[in-house]
Design a protein around this ligand. Structure first.
Ligand SMILES: NC(=O)c1ccc[n+]([C@@H]2O[C@H](COP(=O)([O-])OP(=O)(O)OC[C@H]3O[C@@H](n4cnc5c(N)ncnc54)[C@H](O)[C@@H]3O)[C@@H](O)[C@H]2O)c1
Length: 324
């Protein structure tokens, strides 16, 4: 497949839309599949707006009006028959995803790659009962997928190495700098590490050590300062590995190993808090404040992308740096 190849995105929610915008920006013909045409009526407009924004920010050279012509929205799964890769991005539910993959298998060619954007489900469970499990794998995107460089490629037990290699080869064309897992593990790389942070953050607040604001401020100004530049291993090298060795011995036994959902988290969610979506999360938001945070986050994404590119080179260039 070349960049102009036909691809499909199944699920036109938050992530499906930005994945579609990313793939259109890379030159693909994209069929977006929804389960509810009426609820998705604004999807083409939303994707067109993302393409405009990518153009304005220098991520898309082509005219956005030309790129959106390659997008087609449908509720009929049969319209993805010509796709060479299908990106599944429906609700995180194993049975739903498995059932959908089985339906998709009956429509597409045996060589079509089936990539699930699951956040944490084991790919091998999705391969159960598949006619061609070797072409099913996890391709984990990050939101907003049309801007971020993140991508994790996760093989299931029965995924063929050729399938993994093909996605890894295409990822830089989508503006991504992928990490390839050697074997699957729940939560993959980034969610495992992020959730360790979320757990400790809740623990600190629940134990009365500091406030939600204090945690956010400290993290932004410490980890947030260096992490776009260097991962944890490069950072420990930069600072001097031995110091981390000493601190680990003292500190690790003290960190939270809680296995239940933290109380702080339960209180927010079980009382109906959904974050900026309804103005109630760990903080409160008016509608204007919620919209402003969303907008600032998007602007920050473009800036951090430019900054990262400046230091580590375009996607695909990182490898050179890592190899010295
Ligand atoms: N939101 C994130 O930041 C994020 C990040 C990485 C991965 N993911 C994963 O991506 C997937 C989608 O997440 P999201 O945040 O876009 O959720 P979402 O709820 O915004 O969207 C899911 C969409 O799937 C649609 N859908 C459900 N069944 C369908 C079917 N049979 N056919 C077509 N469409 C169907 C729903 O109508 C909905 O629009 C999940 O697996 C999630 O875990 C999300």
């Amino acid at each position: 497949m070349n960049e102009a190849g036909a691809v499909a995105v199944v699920g036109m929610g938050l992530m499906g839309r930005s994945i579609a915008a990313c793939l259109l920006g890379a030159g693909h013909r994209v069929t977006g599949v929804t389960d509810d045409l009426r609820a998705s009526a604004a999807v083409p407009q939303k994707i067109a707006a993302m393409l405009e924004e990518m153009h304005r920010e220098g991520l898309l050279q082509e005219k956005p009006a030309a790129a959106i012509l390659r997008f087609r929205l449908t509720a009929d799964l049969r319209e993805i028959a010509a796709a060479e890769i299908v990106f599944e991005s429906v609700t995180e539910d194993l049975n739903l995803k498995r059932q959908l993959l089985s339906q998709i298998e009956q429509i597409v060619a045996a060589t079509c790659i089936l990539a699930s954007n699951t956040s944490a489900l084991p790919v091998s469970l999705m391969q159960e009962g598949a006619a061609h499990p070797e072409r099913i794998l996890g391709v984990h995107w990050d939101e907003p997928a049309h801007v971020t460089r993140f991508m994790e490629i996760i093989p299931g037990e029965r995924t063929s190495p050729a399938c993994v290699a093909r996605v890894a080869e295409l990822a830089p064309c989508w503006g991504k700098e992928p990490s390839q897992l050697r074997r699957e593990i729940r939560g993959f790389i980034t969610n495992r590490i992020s959730y360790a942070i979320f757990r400790e953050a809740c623990h600190l607040v629940e134990s009365g050590v500091c406030t939600v604001e204090d945690v956010d401020r400290s993290l932004r100004n410490d980890v947030g300062w260096w992490i776009p530049f260097a991962g944890p291993f490069r950072y420990m090298d930069l600072m001097g590995v031995e110091a981390y060795y000493r601190v680990m011995g003292d500190l690790l036994p003290d960190l939270s190993t809680e296995r239940e959902i933290p109380r702080l988290m339960r209180e927010v969610v079980e009382s109906g808090g959904r974050g900026i979506r309804n103005g109630r999360g760990f903080y409160r938001y008016t509608e204007e404040e919620a919209a402003a945070w969303e907008q600032r986050f998007l602007e920050f994404n473009y800036r951090i992308r430019r900054l990262t590119q400046e230091f580590t080179g375009p996607c695909g260039g990182e490898k050179k740096i890592e190899e010295g």
